[in-house]
Design a protein around this ligand. Structure first.
Ligand code: AMP
Ligand code: MG
Length: 326
């Protein structure tokens, strides 16, 4: 398959590009598009055949459900049962890197929700993504637009690298703002709201709005969020984690290792990316992995961020999974 690519003005997307992409989606094809978190690989969420192609293109396990992306709150009503907590969070925060797991209605094919009786929904904070969903007139199921297990794509080149010739179209909206995926919470039981995946929306902000703590899912709930089970986000070169103040991983004895983090280590790395804060670290992590992999470094050492607040919790999660610790 030849993949069409189109560069778009992310803040003011050209209508011709949006209508072409929407047509592809309505006809059951796949389109990769920018969101504020990472690039998504979109399909019509209500078309089981189209959704099947998403799993095939990514090599994604079929029990790992997809997030449905919507452009307005009215659309959500058709898809899931909305409780008061959902209502409040949607009104307060959307569009945002916040995904809500709610009780699904039958209109959502089982394939989209990985066979579960719940579905995950989000309204992305990106004008191109919103225009595309609007123009398609359907919810768009969109996992990250990478091959399963690889670092999520945060720019066009990364999507192209993984998806060229596998999907109908890629929309190039430049680099994303957040850089890691959305925060996923399960609100089916308002008494016990579960943090399924930390991400772009900080825990503290949600807890302040809900006036309660988010709880850790037990094994049963984890089973229901299979995405949390697989090793994820890793480049093809080994990732080692370094905590500042602790011994540097022995890899420095090898030649040609790369480093990424907030503070320059005493040991000189052959390739280095330093970020001035945690936000930029989150934004640049996956692109950094892909860069060092492409430049054939033997491995990459990443600094463990001390700050667990804000996006720090999500960043730690991605780093520990890329390092194989989950
Ligand atoms: P991804 O699309 O790769 O960013 O991953 C989506 C995340 O949402 C994964 O961790 C999934 O396991 C999780 N997810 C999607 N739908 C559901 C659902 N119905 N229940 C629980 N977790 C879900
Ligand atoms: Mg993903």
């Amino acid at each position: 398959m030849t993949t069409i690519t189109a560069k778009i003005n992310k803040w003011n997307p050209e209508p011709e590009i949006i209508s072409k992409a929407a047509e592809i989606l309505r006809n059951g094809g796949l389109v990769a598009f920018p969101t504020e978190t990472v690039y998504g690989l979109g399909a019509d969420a209500l078309n089981a055949e189209a959704v099947k192609k998403v799993y095939e293109a990514k090599g994604r396990p079929s029990d790992n459900p997809l997030i449905l992306h919507v452009a307005n709150i009215e659309q959500v009503n058709e898809l899931v049962f909305i409780n008061d907590t959902a209502e409040k969070l949607m009104k307060t925060f959307w569009p945002a890197p916040l995904t809500l797991v709610m009780k699904a209605k039958n209109i959502i094919p089982l394939r989209t929700r990985g066979g579960l009786d719940t579905a995950a929904i989000r309204m992305p904070d990106n004008p191109t993504a919103l225009a595309l969903i609007e123009a398609t007139g359907r919810p768009i199921a969109a996992p990250s637009a990478n091959l399963s297990g690889r670092p999520s794509p945060t720019d066009f080149e990364s999507v192209f690298n993984d998806m060229n010739n596998k999907i109908e179209m890629i929309i190039d909206g430049g680099s994303v703002e957040v850089g890691i995926e959305s925060t996923v919470i399960d609100i089916t039981n308002p008494e016990k709201i579960l943090m399924l995946r930390p991400g772009g929306m900080p825990r503290e902000i949600l807890e302040a709005a809900l006036q309660k703590k988010l709880e850790v899912p037990d094994d049963q709930s984890k089973k229901k969020s299979p995405g949390t089970r697989y090793k994820h986000y890793a480049p093809d070169i080994p990732v080692f984690i370094w905590k500042r103040g602790e011994k540097f991983p022995e890899v420095y004895k090898k030649n040609n290792f790369a480093f990424m983090g907030l503070h320059e280590p005493d040991i000189k790395a052959d390739g280095i990316i330093l970020f001035n804060d945690v936000k930029n670290y989150a934004r640049g992590l996956f692109a950094g992995f892909r860069k060092f992999e492409k430049e054939k470094f033997s491995c990459v050492v990443v600094e463990w961020p001390e700050d667990n607040s804000g996006i720090g919790e999500g960043l730690r999660d991605r780093i520990s999974r890329a390092g194989g610790k989950s």
